[in-house]
Design a protein around this ligand. Structure first.
Ligand SMILES: NC(=O)c1ccc[n+]([C@@H]2O[C@H](COP(=O)([O-])OP(=O)(O)OC[C@H]3O[C@@H](n4cnc5c(N)ncnc54)[C@H](OP(=O)(O)O)[C@@H]3O)[C@@H](O)[C@H]2O)c1
Length: 235
């Protein structure tokens, strides 16, 4: 007689420690300064990367070949399809051009900042006291928006990468409303070469944004953790 093995309950959407595939496929939407730096870091960490800009991927092909070798240029709708994670790195004043339906059900990293000299006056972002990612979440209600990468400069993202345990390793905040999404992005941040500092809500993340104490500050995880106002997790 064969005995059926005990069944494992399916992972719940809110699982705090989802199993993160070894070979992640990540879409980077926006192939500018931030998008290309993030894409190179992901490629170097062993991820497959699909890359899109605002137009025809044929026009992105040469840039991708030279600046992000290994990344696959695509239309945005094709870039995000079937990926494990989407990184948004477009100027916020262009974000309305990204179709929310494309991102429904996906974990989406908001690497963006509201920057009035570039973005102009956008009332929803200008008025925000909860941080710009809460507004981005409202724009993409069916996605799980996670705020990360926004508080580091594009020029320092790659040179500051360090292996786990390195004394100079810096922290990167990973803020989101859903624990499973925060855990997924935290795993990616760790693989890239930073200590993830989870923050359990998008609300109140203005400290990570331009003018906030964490913005551009190159902080260790402990220093960043102290700015979250939450007690450090027990090791
Ligand atoms: N610069 C920094 O150090 C830094 C650091 C952290 C966060 N940020 C934030 O990250 C965001 C991106 O900044 P950046 O400096 O990387 O900008 P950037 O160099 O101007 O690049 C913007 C990219 O977004 C693409 N894009 C524009 N509209 C798009 C659309 N509808 N769909 C897909 N792609 C689109 C552009 O493609 P096209 O050329 O085809 O228009 C371009 O590739 C901003 O919100 C910025 O505030 C910047």
């Amino acid at each position: 007689m064969t005995t059926e093995p005990p069944s494992t309950p399916p992972a719940t959407p809110d699982s705090i420690t989802p199993s993160v595939p070894d070979h992640l496929h990540v879409a980077v939407v926006g192939a500018g300064r931030v998008g290309t730096a993030v894409a190179r870091s992901l490629l170097d960490a062993g991820c497959r990367v699909s890359l899109s800009a605002s137009g025809d991927p044929a026009q992105l092909a040469l840039l991708a070949e030279i600046v992000t070798p290994g990344a696959e240029p695509k239309w945005t709708r094709d870039a995000v399809a079937g990926t494990d994670l989407v990184i948004l790195a477009v100027p916020l004043h262009r974000l309305h051009q990204v179709d929310p339906a494309l991102l429904a059900g996906r974990v989406v990293v908001d690497a963006m900042n509201y920057w009035p000299p570039v973005d102009g006056d956008i009332p929803a972002f200008a008025a925000g006291t909860q941080g710009s990612s809460a507004v981005v979440q409202e724009m993409f209600p069916d996605a799980d928006v996670v705020k990360s990468f926004n508080h580091t400069g594009y020029h320092s993202l790659e040179p500051d990468r360090r292996p786990a345990g390195h004394p100079e390793r810096l922290g990167l905040a990973v803020a989101g409303n859903r624990p499973g999404a925060v855990a997924l992005v935290s795993a990616v941040v760790d693989r890239i070469g930073y200590d993830p500092v989870p923050v359990s809500s998008l609300a109140g993340t203005a400290f990570l944004e331009p003018g906030g104490p964490a913005f551009g500050a190159r902080l260790t995880a402990a220093q960043l953790q102290a700015l979250t106002g939450a007690p450090a997790p027990v090791a």
